[in-house]
Design a protein. Structure first.
Length: 128
């Protein structure tokens, strides 16, 4: 009986020693690091939709269309308007609250073609 208890003790000690060595190796030699050069346009659709909703909420308060488009362009530099449309479609598909969907739709309605083209022209003139 004494040998069995000793074997169990060594077994548990080996497990603890192995786990400790793994943790030490991970923390000291291979620590986790945030990705470098990660773009916002690499986000999943749910995160893009949440960011779009946040921009729409800010727009509802300050009514600054250019600032809203600039914020959306950080996520989708090529075409922030399509980001809005995709966000509404995604939000409707997964069951966002109607009030949230209405905020995004209000921002879409605020982006008339002339204002959008003016904003695009301003971006190309600025070199953005």
């Amino acid at each position: 009986m004494q040998k069995k208890g000793l074997r169990i003790l060594f077994f548990l000690l080996a497990i603890l020693l192995g786990a400790g060595a793994d943790l030490a190796f991970g923390w000291l030699f291979m620590p986790a690091a945030a990705p470098k050069n990660a773009d916002l346009n690499q986000l999943r659709a749910d995160y893009k939709t949440d960011l779009t909703l946040m921009v729409a909420e800010i727009y509802a308060q300050d009514q600054n269309l250019n600032a809203a488009l600039d914020s959306l362009a950080r996520v989708e530099p090529e075409d922030p308007y399509s980001l809005l449309v995709n966000a509404v479609n995604y939000a409707q598909g997964v069951g966002y609250q109607e009030s949230d969907i209405s905020l995004i739709k209000a921002l879409i309605d605020a982006v008339d073609p002339a204002a959008y083209q003016e904003w695009l022209g301003g971006r190309s003139a600025d070199g953005n």
